[in-house]
Design a protein around this ligand. Sequence first.
Ligand SMILES: Nc1ncnc2c1ncn2[C@@H]1O[C@H](COP(=O)(O)OP(=O)(O)OP(=O)(O)O)[C@@H](O)[C@H]1O
Length: 320
Amino acid sequence: MSEPVSVQSTIRQEAAPGPVILLEEVRKRYGDRQAVAGVSFEVRPGEFFGLLGPNGAGKTTLIEMMEGLRQADSGTVTVFGRPPWPRDIALLPRLGVQTQSSAFFVRQTAREHLRTVAALYGADRAAAERTLASVQLTEQGDTRVEKLSGGQRQRLAIASALVHDPELIFLDEPTAALDPQARRELWKVLRALKSAGRTIVYTTHHIDEAEALCDRVAILVDGRVAVLDTPHHLVASSGLPTRLLVPAERMTVEEGAAIPDVRRVTAEGGSLVLETSEPGRVLSAVDRLIGLHDVQTRTATLEDIYLDLTGHLQSSEQQS
Ligand SMILES: Nc1ncnc2c1ncn2[C@@H]1O[C@H](COP(=O)(O)OP(=O)(O)OP(=O)(O)O)[C@@H](O)[C@H]1O
């Protein structure tokens, strides 16, 4: 009879694991600049959590507070149930922090650098070698750090965060200096980390990347969380219109604007873009007028929501 009880307790444990990170009303000011203005959220175990926002929104400040590198002015920050500030040495082995390139041991080779970092954390040489391979730097292992390309340095920085196999990994714009190929390669590494149960806090200016990788994203604007949800829910609840792209030579702006339920018509790179919340009806109307050959439908993406929230939506698209 003891079996059901132990199953029960396992379920209960799995149903309510504590958050890995908990922020409550966190604030940080630099002089007269309120960099973080009352931020509350939690990051759950095994979650890939994206922090998005324009330059100066407060992402790095927030990450540094979670890493224990910066003190909050007020509010509470806890990581694995403990305050990361003042520096908590019991937490350090559990956290992976992406090294800034300025903190590299530049006279060392990539392999030596990683072995040094591994040794600082009590990890062995095999761990350094494995991590070097996981970011595809084995071939550059004997290259001095100062001779590595920007993208290779970036991957070494990421390797430095992973070498001691931490439970929680902070990556601040890890793909910033990577070409599209290397970016996709890194996505594989990151997905493997997530599959292995690691929790990842991630900032990026590549919104497509956040949509592809993150379980939930918080979009920060002026030091506050503007929205926080799964990319799917953010897109589904955004109310942003669907866009139908019609070859410009097949329809005039006036014809498009005359279709019932078309909110707006713009011209964009050889296409006429019809915005609507009723794509089915508008598609039927377009079909009756010109047929649907080469007509494309684009639903809103996380990037549309991001641009809408951060106010950078190009107003060059003229309202017809
Ligand atoms: N050490 C500092 N001293 C003074 N002001 C700072 C300091 N660090 C950041 N700031 C300011 O605080 C605000 C938030 O900066 P933060 O670096 O956290 O933003 P961010 O979202 O990471 O930006 P980015 O995307 O450009 O990295 C900015 O206005 C920035 O200029």
